[in-house]
Structures are given as structure tokens and as C-alpha cells.
Design a protein around this ligand. Structure first.
Ligand code: BGC
Length: 915
């Protein structure tokens, strides 16, 4: 008895202690964290962003991820509360919106339906849900979203440019007085160019190269900052540095958007007591020429630190020599909030090596090809001129090789202030490089003199893939690097030469890979709007978006990016709104295609790319016809998603006609080859399931023969064909061959690039280093990254699957692999598939988010007789039969390549054994 009391006492003390710990640290004791039943939802997002500040739609959409301690669980109802103040929300009240209990399983696209939102406000929200048994979860932690300027009439500011025309006037300032205490303040900034914003001497935000590039005359993006903490009662100063960016960059001989950069600034503040203080850019601002004496995207920056004027960004500065800023027309286009991850410095690289290939020439090796710039630390006499030149390659003698960056000057020059130690990094340019050459350095630099600042759109990593064959992990690593270094507000082809454009073919080919590795929802939402802005009246979509390089009447493999990206947004995130918003534009695009076709065959020669950078040429008319058919089929699917059945049928019929004509025109039934029988040709036809049934296997065999026998397990495709080659080989029973291609290390292959030292993907299968087109950082061959997740790890959605409501786990345990593992934080939650095999059998660990179900194939050899499957030690398959009773599993069946289980949400660990 006494013993029992003592025990209870100890427990009570422990509980109290834990309570104290949790009170002090904010952490719940471990046993309180795993409460049974529905857990509070997490990862709350508004318009795909966590706690965004710049929501500029009146009907934002909410997303959240569900938690539950049990398997096979889902949401049957939800309640969203949106409040104007955190303390109102803390009382479980939504004074802005209380959805009350809504019967729905929707957790990815819930549209705000409360009182009208106001511009420039903060809103606080949380969510709870009810599970299958009708049990309510706790409320989530509060999240927040802020609105930007919801009406164009909210804008009062004028575009201003520097006093001295194009070359001068890259600093602006405005002083003002605040009489009272600041309760809240936002600044909205847009630029035709790049800007840096400062308030009272403080840099505001962490965005660089902001705002993202758009078709400026049609639309500019603005960023929203909370500046209340930087403002004070009394005199204040807003200051802006401005560089030209894409607005003034000459690209491929085309006309520049603007002759000079311009900026648009508006501050809306509220004082305690409700008084409004507004400040706008106008002719009362002052401008002067600052230390950035030259800047351009391709050329780099020249910074003369002697021209700095300390205090210029603070109140009380004597504006001697400053003149009035000029109000200019700027862009008359729409002003949209930049609702996507901004470009930021996301990492810093320490050089792995410094060499001195010539006296006074120091070359730093970052060990990684990257996008961004170098940061320099140095000390020396005033006026010393130091130069940084960037390169992807070296000559044998150790000097940098810049032949492949073509006309881009890609260099930064820093002129020292003198005296104490100085630090410099450019602001208004970026470079693609692995090597930095430093000349003019006062004294001898050390490894610590230079750092590499990694700069790109700060998309979150959401995926991981790893496998037992190291070369696959190496390829995965270089794909991820190539992907992010080619996200600069728009998806680019490369980051180093005088190009860096939003090439549409590259974008479509790699979007699925990007979406498995990174959270691309907001980024592509923005880019699709960019595409719509660039679409021509007749429906044509250009080569690049924004259009600067290339032209209209682009190759269809480039134009198709419009419809493909919309389709992927639907598949990955369940984004119906983006289909609806683009329906008219996409219809126009399909009509444009139809006008270029004759008798259901695409008959016009557009563009010049075909299966770009291929090794065996596939006829361009064939490839165009493929896109014509595919795009029409996709359009039918998008109309179906919208519930427009009649349109879906019309496009469906059109597609059938094109498919029939496709076979009539390009299929050679006697040889079972499409067009000229290249890998690309047969793979693309198989991808759309075009061969008649009786020829399907034979076309597949032809494809296999071409890869295996005629090319000794090598690709001959370009980047268009290879996107289809890998999934098609896998779907036609040749996953071992696809695997062999993926791990190939002789030319041409991804592995060859890795073995030749690539740290990002090359533009060509060939290794080149001369002045021809051969970027060392192109993402376009990266489509194989999607295949890693889908084929090797096995993370798929069934055909027509949307937003991972239904999942198909289907790993292909290819012959050279012992194990593979993939994890993707999807819009619905984390999906995982990890398998391994040993002499006794196969283990498969699977994670299915709450609200989803999955068809899970536990792979087993076909010849295996009488396999047994256990799940967490419980027998679930025996003697050729499903053994019911394990929580979460609803059924099982034998399939060709293993035993398949239907499961609800939860984590499972299957073990298949057999003789
Ligand atoms: C770009 C490619 C692009 C191609 C199409 C090249 O210059 O770098 O990635 O897709 O042109 O013409």
C-alpha cells in the first residue's frame, strides 16, 4: 500500500515537473504529444505559403496537413477560424470568418468565405477537423496571413527614376516625421529593375534581386514588408538603392524594356489611436548617384566604396548634391503581389581550394557549380581596384576558362574605401560559377578572403531520394543543384552565360522532377500567370517567358509548357482555380494548334528544336504532331476536372481523330516502328499508348533493342525524348533496362557527367569546354529525377490521381538495387516508400498521409511461390490469400510483380518472404 502511494507520489512529481518544463520551454512532455485520436493539423498554408504577408486575392485558399494516431483515418469535417487579432483567435473565435463545422474531406484547397478582406491587414487563423468517428481534433497552432493591396485604387505612389537619366541616380531617399506611436506599417515596393530597401539605416527584409522578372509592361510584382519595427516617433527616412536587372538588360540584340530603372514605393502606416500615415514615391523624393557605378545581370557590378555617403539612409542627412527624383511613366501594367518564395541568399560556400596559376591571379574553387556571387573580405589602400571573375571551368594550366559563358562579362569590381577591413558582395547581378578568379588583391588572399553566396528562389526542399547504388545518389544531388540554381523568379535554362532565360521546353521537361524535390506550388502559380501574360492574341505561346530570347511560333515542345504546367498543378496540388483561370487561354492555344493542322495532322513547321540536343534525330513534324495530340488530350482532362463534360467530350473526340491520323501518318506496321524508329519516336508513341494492341509489344521490343543492342545501353534522345523514355521503358516491363540507363557511366549518360566531375547537369550529353553552346548548369536533362521517385522509390498517383488523395506505391525493385527510399512532403502530407531486399525477402516501409489511401505493391519475384507477407509482425498474406485483421489494411491481391495491399493512412512495415 505504502509502496503504491510512494509510486503515485513520484508520478505526481514527475507530471508536475513535466508541466513545469513544458511551461518554461513551450515543449509538451513526450507522453502528451502522442495523444490518441485526431491530432491538431499542421503546416498551415495560405495560397501555398506559410504565413504570407502579401495575399492579394480576396478569396485566398487554405491548405493544411492532418495528423492522427490511428491508421485509416481521414477528415470528415473541418472548421476554420479567421480573426482580426491573435487574442480573439485564442478564445476560439473567428470575428472575420467562422466556417463552423463544414462536412468535407477537402484539406488542400479550401476557399476563404468570410467577411470581405481589407488591404494591408493581418489576419490570424487556425483550423480543427473531425475524423471518421466524428472526433474533433484540437485546434492547430495559429497561423497568419497578411493582405497586400487588394484594389488597384489602393495604389497612390508614382514611378520614380533617378535624376541623372540612365547611368545615374541609383539612390533615393525621403524623410518624413511620425507624430505618435506606430501600431502597424507596411511598405510595398515594385521596381523595374532590382532594389534594396532601407528604413532608418536598416536593410528591410532578406530578398535579393527583387522583384522577380515579369513581362514588365504587362505586369510588375511588388513585395510587401512589415516595417513597423523599423519606424519610430519623430523623423524617419526611407531609402532605396536601384539597379537595372532585367528591365534594362539587353538580351540577344532585342530592345530593352526600359532605358532606365524605376521604383515604386508606398508605405501605409497606422498610429496608435487609428491615425493613418501614408508615404508614396513621388517628385518630392531625392536622388543621387551612389557607389554602384555599374550593374547588369550579365555584366556584373562595379562598386566604388569611396562613393559611399554614410547616413544617406537615415534621417538628418544633408542632401547636398542630391536632386529631385523624376516621376516617370514606368509600367502601366498590372501590379501583383509577389506571392512566391523570393530570391534569397540561401547558403554560403567555403572554397575548397585556392590556387595561384599566375602571379597575382588567385583562383578559388567552391567545389560546387552554383548560382550567386562571391563575398570578399579585404583590407588595403583607398582606390585599390579588385576584380572577381566567374567561371564554370578551368584550363589545364589552372586559369579560368570562360569560353562557354559567351558574351556575359560576368565580373564584379570593387574599389576600396581604404583603412579598416572591408567586405563586399554585389547586389544587382548574379553569376553561375564554380571558380572565382581574384585579381588586384592588396596583399595575399587566404581561403578566408572569399565565400560563395548561393542565391536562388528560396523554394523549400520537400523531397528526398536515396538508393543503394551510389551513382544514383550522385545524379540526384546534381539534379537538385541544377534545379534550384535555375530558379530565379522564373525557371531558367542556365545561370552563367548571356542567356538565363525562361525557356519553356526546359521548364516543362523538368517540372515534375522539381515538384517532387521542392515546394513549387507558389512558384509555378506565378510562372503560369507569366505565361498567360506572354501568350499572343492568336493563342501562340513564345519560346521563353518573359519573351526576350527566341520568338513566337515556338516549337510545340516549348509552347506546351503552358498546358503541362497547369496539368501538373492540378495533379500535384489539386489546383482547380488555376485551370479555371487559364481555361480561356488554353482553349485559345488549342485553337491555334488546330489552325496549324490539316486533316488532324499538325502540318506547320514551327520552331527549330524538336528533340533538342539529341544524338539521333527524330523528325520534327513527328514530334510536333505528338505535342498536338498530347495537348488536346490534356485539354480534355482539364475540362473534365472543371466539370465541363461537353467540352471534355469535344476535345476527347478531337484527340481520337488526331491519334488515328498519327498512326496513319507515322506508324510503319510492317516494322512496328514510329517515324524513323528512334528511341524518342517509339517512346513518345508508347507514352500515349498509341500503338494498336497487336503491335504494342513489338514497338516496345524495338525500343528495347535500340537501347540495349544498337546502342549498348545508352540513350540517343535529347531532353524531350528522355522525359518519356525512362517511364515508358518502366511501364513496358523494362525497368531493369531503364535502371541500367540510369546508372550508365559511359558517354552518353548522366553518370558520365558525374564521373567527369560535373556538380550540376550539362546542357549536352557531350563533354565540351569551348565557345560553343555547352553550359555546365542546365536542368533540362533532370527529368530523370521524377523517375527516381516514381519508378525506383515507387511514389505514384493512380492515373487521373489528384493531390495525393489516392496513392499508388509501386516500387520497381530493379536488378542492381538492394534498396531505395523516397520521401515527399506532398500537399496532403508526407508520403514515404522505402524498400530493401535480402536473401530472405523484401521489406517495404510506407507512409500514407491522413486523408489519403494507397494501393501498395510489395514487390516480389514473379516465380516466387507461396509468399508470406507480414505487416509489423502480423501475417497479412498467406497461402495465396489475404489475411484480414491488421488495422488500416482493407484488402490484398496477387499482382504480376508482387502482392498488393489497399491501405488507409498510417505507417506500415511490410515484410515479404517466400521460397
Ligand atoms: C537554351 C536551351 C533552350 C534552347 C532552345 C538554348 O539556347 O539554353 O535550354 O531550350 O536554346 O532553342
Amino acid at each position: 500500500m505504502a509502496k503504491g502511494r510512494n509510486f503515485l507520489k513520484r508520478v505526481r512529481i514527475l507530471v508536475r515537473l513535466a508541466g513545469l518544463v513544458s511551461f518554461v520551454s513551450g515543449w509538451a512532455p513526450f507522453w502528451a504529444q502522442s495523444t490518441a485520436g485526431p491530432g491538431a493539423p499542421n503546416t498551415l498554408r495560405c495560397e501555398y505559403m506559410e504565413d504570407p504577408l502579401g495575399v492579394d486575392t480576396t478569396e485566398p485558399r487554405f491548405q493544411w496537413v492532418l495528423e492522427h494516431s490511428d491508421r485509416g483515418e481521414e477528415q470528415t469535417a473541418y472548421q476554420v477560424l479567421v480573426a482580426t487579432k491573435p487574442d480573439v483567435l485564442a478564445q476560439d473565435r473567428g470575428d472575420q470568418w467562422d466556417s463552423s463545422k463544414v462536412t468535407s474531406d477537402e484539406s488542400t484547397q479550401v476557399v476563404y468565405a468570410g467577411k470581405p478582406l481589407m488591404s494591408g491587414r493581418n489576419y490570424f487563423w487556425k483550423i480543427r477537423y473531425w475524423d471518421k468517428e466524428g472526433r474533433a481534433s484540437a485546434y492547430s497552432k495559429p497561423a497568419r496571413f497578411g493582405t497586400a493591396l487588394l484594389k488597384s485604387s489602393d495604389w497612390k505612389a508614382s514611378w520614380i527614376a533617378g535624376a541623372g537619366g540612365a547611368a545615374k541616380g541609383n539612390e533615393f531617399r525621403k524623410e518624413f516625421t511620425i507624430q505618435g506611436k506606430v501600431a502597424g506599417a507596411r511598405i510595398y515596393v515594385a521596381a523595374l529593375g532590382y532594389y534594396e530597401l532601407r528604413v532608418n539605416g536598416r536593410r528591410i527584409g532578406h530578398n535579393v534581386l527583387d522583384p522577380a522578372w515579369t513581362t514588365y509592361p504587362k505586369r510588375v510584382l511588388y513585395s510587401t514588408y512589415d516595417v513597423a519595427p523599423a519606424l519610430k516617433e519623430g523623423p524617419n527616412a526611407i531609402a532605396v538603392m536601384l539597379g537595372g536587372g532585367w528591365a534594362t538588360q539587353e538580351v540577344d540584340g532585342s530592345e530593352v524594356y526600359y532605358k532606365e530603372p524605376a521604383v515604386l514605393v508606398q508605405m501605409d502606416a497606422e498610429l496608435e489611436g487609428g491615425k493613418q500615415v501614408n508615404l508614396i514615391s513621388d517628385g518630392t523624393w531625392k536622388s543621387a548617384f551612389g557607389p554602384v557605378v555599374e550593374s547588369s545581370v550579365y555584366g556584373g557590378e562595379v562598386y566604388d566604396a569611396r562613393k559611399e555617403t554614410p547616413g544617406w539612409d537615415q534621417p538628418g542627412f544633408a542632401e547636398t548634391g542630391w536632386s529631385a527624383a523624376r516621376v516617370v511613366q514606368g509600367s502601366a501594367g498590372a501590379r501583383s503581389s509577389q506571392m512566391m518564395p523570393p530570391i534569397r541568399i540561401v547558403d554560403e560556400m567555403t572554397p575548397v581550394k585556392m590556387t595561384t596559376p599566375a602571379p597575382g591571379v588567385y583562383v578559388f574553387d567552391m567545389g560546387q557549380n552554383m548560382s550567386g556571387w562571391a563575398r570578399l573580405r579585404l583590407e588595403g589602400p583607398a582606390g585599390t581596384k579588385v576584380q572577381l571573375r566567374y567561371a564554370e571551368l578551368l584550363y589545364d594550366n589552372g586559369m579560368i576558362n570562360r569560353e562557354n559563358i559567351r558574351a556575359a562579362k560576368s565580373r564584379d569590381i570593387y574599389i576600396l574605401r581604404g583603412g579598416v577591413e572591408e567586405s563586399y558582395e554585389p547586389r544587382f547581378t548574379y553569376h553561375g560559377f564554380r571558380y572565382v578568379e581574384l585579381t588586384g588583391f592588396p596583399g595575399t588572399p587566404s581561403l578566408d578572403s572569399v565565400r560563395g553566396e548561393v542565391v536562388h528562389s528560396a523554394v523549400k526542399s520537400i523531397g528526398g531520394f536515396v538508393a543503394s547504388t551510389q551513382i544514383l545518389n550522385d545524379i540526384q544531388r546534381i539534379i537538385r543543384w541544377s534545379q534550384v540554381t535555375n530558379l530565379m523568379g522564373v525557371p531558367t535554362d542556365c545561370d552563367q552565360r548571356d542567356e538565363r532565360q525562361g525557356w519553356m521546353g526546359d521548364a516543362q521537361a523538368t517540372a515534375e522532377e522539381a515538384m517532387m524535390n521542392f515546394d513549387m506550388a507558389a512558384f509555378y502559380t506565378n510562372f503560369i500567370r507569366d505565361i498567360a501574360d506572354a501568350q499572343r492574341e492568336d493563342g501562340a505561346v513564345p519560346d521563353t517567358v518573359p519573351l526576350k530570347y527566341g520568338s513566337y511560333e515556338a516549337d510545340l515542345g516549348w509552347q506546351t509548357a503552358y498546358i503541362l504546367l497547369v496539368k501538373y498543378m492540378w495533379e500535384q496540388y489539386g489546383d482547380l482555380r488555376i485551370i479555371a483561370q487559364n481555361e480561356a487561354g488554353l482553349k485559345k492555344y488549342i485553337e491555334y494548334l488546330c489552325r496549324n493542322a490539316k486533316d488532324d495532322v499538325f502540318a506547320t513547321q514551327l520552331g527549330h528544336e524538336g528533340d533538342w540536343v539529341e544524338l539521333a534525330r527524330t523528325p520534327h513534324d513527328y514530334i510536333s504532331d505528338f505535342w498536338y495530340l498530347y495537348d488536346v488530350q490534356i485539354m480534355a482532362g482539364l475540362e473534365r476536372a472543371l466539370g465541363h463534360e461537353a467540352e471534355a467530350q469535344t476535345y476527347g473526340k478531337l484527340g481520337q481523330g488526331i491519334a488515328a491520323a498519327f498512326n496513319r501518318t507515322y506508324l510503319h506496321p510492317e516494322t512496328a516502328q514510329y517515324a524513323n524508329g528512334t528511341q524518342a519516336a517509339n517512346a513518345m508513341a508508347l507514352f500515349l499508348n498509341l500503338p494498336p494492341k497487336e503491335l504494342r509489344d513489338e514497338v516496345g521490343t524495338n525500343l528495347m533493342n535500340d537501347v540495349l543492342y544498337f546502342h549498348d545501353t545508352h540513350v540517343t534522345t535529347g531532353f524531350i525524348g528522355v522525359k518519356f523514355l525512362m517511364p515508358v521503358l518502366t511501364a513496358t516491363g523494362q525497368s531493369d533496362l531503364a535502371y541500367d540507363l540510369a546508372v550508365q557511366t559511359t558517354y552518353p549518360s548522366w553518370g558520365y557527367m558525374v564521373l567527369r566531375g560535373a556538380t550540376t547537369l550539362w546542357e549536352l550529353w557531350n563533354e565540351k569546354s569551348g565557345p560553343s553552346m555547352n553550359s555546365q548548369d542546365h536542368i533540362m536533362f533532370g527529368s530523370v529525377g521524377a523517375w527516381f521517385y516514381r519508378a525506383l522509390a515507387g511514389i505514384n498517383q493512380p492515373d487521373d490521381g489528384v493531390a495525393y488523395r489516392h496513392i499508388a506505391i509501386q516500387p520497381h525493385a530493379a536488378h542492381g538495387l538492394r534498396w531505395a527510399s523516397g520521401t515527399v512532403k506532398t500537399i496532403r502530407g508526407t508520403v514515404e516508400s522505402s524498400w530493401s531486399r535480402d536473401a530472405q525477402g523484401v521489406t517495404l516501409k510506407v507512409r500514407v498521409p491522413v486523408g489519403a489511401d494507397a494501393h501498395v505493391l510489395v514487390p516480389g519475384p514473379q516465380e516466387m511461390t507461396g509468399p508470406t507477407v507480414e505487416e509489423n509482425g502480423k501475417v497479412v498474406w498467406e497461402n495465396g490469400q489475404y489475411v484480414p485483421g491488421d488495422a488500416g489494411i482493407t484488402g490484398a491481391a496477387k499482382e504480376d510483380n508482387g502482392i498488393a495491399f489497399d491501405v488507409g493512412s498510417g505507417e506500415y512495415s511490410f515484410r515479404l518472404k517466400g521460397e
